[in-house]
Design a protein around this ligand. Structure first.
Ligand SMILES: [Zn+2]
Length: 106
């Protein structure tokens, strides 16, 4: 089964991230974000964590920290400027949707 698009599982969150990109200097990431798939969810076990990988291989070369109103949102980029991981902390709403999605696969 193909990994789901972020836009399928977290449509509201995706729009929030795109909105936060405005004025950050990282606006060009929008097109990439809209086509990204949730390859795997973070397995750190922290209940505040709703982070997920968007590439099969996560090698972080730089980060874009967004000024989120709630929680912490950080976009991790690999050396070739591809988004490989999205760090989401303190966002129970995102965690809930990810858990629901994971449950739906069972
Ligand atoms: Zn985690």
């Amino acid at each position: 089964m193909a990994a789901p698009l972020i836009s399928e599982v977290l449509p509201g969150f995706l729009e929030e991230v795109v909105h936060l990109l405005q004025g950050s200097g990282a606006e060009p990431l929008e097109a990439q974000l809209r086509a990204l798939r949730i390859e795997s969810m973070c397995d750190c076990g922290d209940e505040n964590c709703a982070s997920f990988a968007t590439a099969a291989e996560v090698k972080v070369a730089s980060v874009v920290e967004l000024q989120a109103i709630e929680g912490h949102l950080i976009i991790d980029l690999s050396a070739d400027e591809k988004i490989c991981f999205i760090e989401v902390l303190g966002r129970p709403d995102v965690r809930y949707l990810l858990d629901e999605y994971r449950e739906s696969l069972k």
